[in-house]
Design a protein around this ligand. Structure first.
Ligand code: GFB
Length: 318
């Protein structure tokens, strides 16, 4: 049984400034939590074992959301594999070990759908883990994420820790990274169409063939699922958190275009990688527990674009 969460319990959100961590903080605050523990990178470098151990010893959280990490889109993953492997392995290992050491009541670790084999049957079920070769463009990140799942399971077996692993599909929403080189596709497309609109250009270039299919989940839905899993889920191994439908990248580009710069034309740069041909999670297990997403993709794109205009876009010509 999951321990009941009291609004005064200390809850550590590791990675609270990122896309996911900031959404979990919003969700917990909306739910009335009064004792959130956070640390900026300057305060605690999560790759530093002594720093993490000291911080956890000082704050002794009862619950931990381990959603910190070095993340990025297909280009960042393929050009910076050392960082993706080292940073994420260190962060997972340090936080999980310290959580065990100080007796954390429950920890939720967040992985990624890229842990599954490149050519896994679709939609992807949890037992597909480690049944085939990984997608080369994100192998380093996937290996680090798989190690995190295995750590949670190992600490459960050897020490009886209640550490669980959730695997989200591709995410988007407020506080995403909109840098064209390192971002994921959805924020990149928002920026590209918005830049073109401002510059009076009517053509936008999308990477790859446009044929790969991806499933997109709004990060507020993911945060809601994480809080739900913290309270209702106790099993080893990954549990998928998806939206339930996927779209081709060309369709996604059309959806973003319709919101940001209607009438613009779309070109495809096939010198850029496509990555995995399709990534759609089977989220039946989570649905059977009683959770479902609530934010449709078109609505999520529109609200994320509003957020982008408010917080990221150049100040002039909004
Ligand atoms: O979102 P994305 O970078 O990550 O790319 P992955 C998804 C698809 O969109 C690929 C295409 O087929 C890209 O070629 N795409 C089209 C673009 N235009 C663009 C663009 O302007 N920027 C970007 N970034 N893509 C990531 C993994 O894979 O998924 C991570 O690298 C992580 O490890 C994440 O798992 C969820 O879905 O291919």
């Amino acid at each position: 049984m999951s321990p009941a969460v009291d609004p005064d319990d200390a809850v550590f959100v590791a990675g609270h400034r990122g896309l996911v961590g900031s959404a979990i903080v919003r969700r917990l605050e909306q739910g009335g939590h009064r004792n959130l523990v956070t640390a900026t990178r300057d305060q605690v470098d999560l790759r530093n074992q002594a720093a993490v151990a000291g911080f956890m010893d000082e704050h002794r959280p009862r619950f931990v959301y381990l959603v910190a990490g070095t993340v990025g889109g297909i280009m960042a993953n393929s050009t910076r594999p050392a960082e993706f492997l080292y940073d994420n392995l260190m962060i997972h290992a340090n936080v999980i070990e310290a959580a065990h050491h100080v007796g954390v009541g429950k920890l939720l670790y967040l992985g990624s759908s890229c842990i599954y084999p490149r050519l896994a049957d679709q939609p992807i079920v949890e037992p597909a883990l480690l049944t085939g070769p990984l997608e080369p463009t994100n192998e380093a990140y996937a290996i680090a994420k798989i190690a995190g799942i295995k750590m949670c399971d190992a600490y459960r077996v050897q020490y009886g820790c209640d550490f669980v692993s959730a695997m989200p599909t591709n995410l988007y929403g407020p506080n995403d990274n909109f840098d064209l080189q390192s971002s994921h596709v959805l924020p990149a497309l928002i920026r590209k169409f918005d830049d073109a609109r401002r510059a009076g250009e009517d053509r936008v270039t999308v990477w790859g063939t446009g044929r790969p299919r991806r499933e997109f989940l709004h990060v507020d839905d993911l945060a809601d699922a994480c809080v739900f899993l913290m309270e209702h889920y106790d099993d080893p191994g990954p549990i998928n958190v998806g939206y339930g439908e996927d779209v081709a990248i060309a369709e996604l580009a059309g959806l973003v275009r319709d919101v940001v710069h209607p009438g613009a034309s779309i070109d495809f740069d096939t010198s850029k990688p496509d990555g995995t041909p399709r990534k759609l999670l089977d989220s039946t297990r989570l649905q059977q527990l009683g959770w479902r997403p609530s934010i449709p993709l078109a609505e999520g794109i529109a609200s994320t674009y509003d957020w982008y205009l408010e917080h990221v876009a150049p100040q002039e010509a909004r």
